[in-house]
Design a protein around this ligand. Sequence first.
Ligand code: APR
Length: 230
Amino acid sequence: MKKLIVLTGSGISAESGLKTFRETGGLWETYDVMEVASYDGWERNQNLVLQFYNERRAQLKDAQPNAGHTGLVELEQYFDVQIITQNVDNLHERAGSKKVLHLHGELTKVRSTGDPFLVYDIGYKSIKAGDTCKKGFQLRPHIVWFGEAVPAIAEAAEISAQADIYAVIGTSLAVYPAAGLVDYVPQTVPVFVIDPNDISFPGYRNFEFIKEKAGRGVAILKDRLIQQFK
Ligand code: APR
């Protein structure tokens, strides 16, 4: 089976009612990103950061995967699909995608501030100041904040290098190192980009732009790929 690698961003979850980050009305317009999604912000005000992610978790509980997520699951019948997502939601998994690599962490997990390998599944529950790991350290969201390392990036780069077909869905590609993953995709590999808005894509690279929201865009992609590659 051909390897279809799909890099997703917050746009794929927009039709599920979750906000993107940089659009008008996006999360970073309502919140100061450096206050809620950086280690300095965490040091300044843990309660604010915990509340921000508690709200995101509560919202995720009520959200459902949309046609974009389920369309990618359907593609597993024809291709070896690996998703690399910048999203911290679990909508790919809940739709049924088998292989999902999270670059920026997961909302439904928390980890110890004293031992990064102590990670706990908390589902949709809230955490507060004073909630600790078994070693007594404060728990924090299992999220990659600005200025922090992205532990999964090396694996994501290797996966990207092995693609037979590559798709980029619902991301402005504004944030590195995730935005640089497409540089690892061999030049001969066809790249499809799904986004309802124009995004800036590396000029050196041939790609096909499907200017649609993820739900419809993935349906179009599915037809195209089955026609062209099966
Ligand atoms: N379907 C597909 N794409 C959409 C849709 C939709 N229904 N609605 C919006 N989009 C597109 C926007 O046009 C935009 O290009 O999704 C993209 C969202 O871009 P950003 O808001 O920048 O979000 P993202 O690229 O996921 O951000 C990357 O930034 O703050 C961090 O860690 C956070 O993982 C996040 C990272």
